[in-house]
Design a protein around this ligand. Structure first.
Ligand SMILES: Nc1nc2c(c(=O)[nH]1)N[C@H]1C(S)=C(S)[C@@H](COP(=O)(O)O)O[C@H]1N2
Ligand SMILES: [Mo]
Length: 337
């Protein structure tokens, strides 16, 4: 299959132009990332829709509705909304957020993730607790949810690509998780890892571009910050797969790529861990990745952002507007700015 010649179908029923797609490939080529074997599902082909394809789209549409159903998904404990975290803009509509995602384990097409992610098996789900912690062990996701307190928080999320959303997450404050598992005094950083399941995630098939699995990291102080959330839900129900079911990190003052999805491992470590995007393109993506409108990405400005759904523009704020919660973390750390 010569993917250069194909057009890409997206969930809005638009075809993205071949040129946009080719230039995206070129950008990745320039970044020194091998994209030769990049797999995009046949359903993304946009030439002539066969009746089989129409049926597939209809069943995908059903899966989307199901994933947004309050009764669906994994174990999920409801919590009260914490009024401390307020927004400066309206909430993004649920469907807009659920159909425009970054989750490269499935596809690089943001409109394609929600469909392809339905093949991920999220129950049962365990998280390996490892490293500098009182008792390293395998945790069952259901057990964590039952054990620890959850609350709802309205947060903004700003992607490094300059789009943003504002959504109600449900989750466990990561500090509560840390107090439960008890890191040792040697723990200086926390390392997070996503699943690696090429049979369920087509973007992880052999020969695809990236160094799977996705991995991220925080300093121990960042991890313990009150904003750091171990999210299990969104819009009042369990996380849909495309948002990182059953459990992900949410770090609203950092670019979205730090908010790693579908966690299978949490490791407390002594040394600063490597991170997926910093390893892949070090000139463009740092370890701290704190939102900073004054520091342009090498290829675009970060001064403004485009809100999902309305496409309205807003000025981007330092630390994504969360400076009062986090600026103390970075005193004496100039590289974090
Ligand atoms: N495992 C994993 N986590 C990930 C990503 C990814 O590709 N894989 N993308 C990140 C990026 S770039 C963003 S902007 C957010 C998007 O979250 P959302 O799709 O729920 O809006 O997820 C982050 N977490
Ligand atoms: Mo992102």
């Amino acid at each position: 299959m010569n993917i250069h010649k194909r057009r890409i179908w997206d969930a809005d029923g638009r075809c993205t132009s071949e040129q946009a797609y080719v230039s995206r490939r070129r950008f990745l080529g320039n970044a020194g990332v091998a994209v030769g074997g990049l797999t995009l599902s046949g359903v993304l082909g946009c030439d002539q829709k066969s009746s089989a394809e129409v049926a597939r789209l209809a069943s995908a549409e059903k899966a989307l509705e199901a994933s947004m159903n309050p009764q669906s998904g994994n174990a999920f404990v409801r919590g009260e909304r914490n009024p401390r975290y307020t927004l400066d803009r309206p909430l993004t509509g649920e469907k807009a957020a659920a159909t425009y995602n970054n989750f490269y384990e499935f596809t690089m097409s943001k409109h394609g993730v929600w469909r392809l992610a339905q093949s991920l098996k999220t129950h049962p789900w365990t998280i390996e607790l490892a490293g500098e912690v009182k008792q390293p062990r395998t945790l069952d996701f259901d057990e964590i949810v039952k054990k620890l307190p959850s609350e709802e928080r309205l947060y903004r999320l700003r992607c490094v690509e300059a789009w943003s959303m504002a959504v109600p997450w449900m989750g466990i404050p990561f500090k509560a998780f840390m107090d439960w598992v008890e890191p040792t005094s040697h723990a200086k950083y926390v390392r997070f890892v996503t699943f690696n399941r090429p049979k369920e995630a087509v973007g992880q098939a052999p020969g695809t571009a990236w160094n799977w699995p996705y991995f991220e990291g925080l300093t121990i102080a960042e991890a313990a910050n009150e904003l750091t959330l171990l999210a299990t839900g969104i819009y009042g129900h369990a996380l849909p797969k495309q948002h990182g079911a059953p459990v992900r990190m949410v770090l609203p003052w950092k670019y979205g790529y730090k908010s790693i999805k579908s966690l299978v491992k949490i490791e407390f470590v002594r040394e600063k861990p490597h991170t997926f995007w910093n390893d892949a393109v070090p000139a463009e993506y740092g370890f701290y990745a704190n939102v900073n409108p004054k520091k342009p990405h090498p290829r675009w400005s970060q001064a403004t952002e485009r809100m999902l759904e309305t496409s309205g523009k807003r000025p981007t704020l330092p630390y994504n507007g969360y400076g009062e919660f986090v600026h103390d973390l970075y005193k004496g750390t100039p590289e974090a700015a």
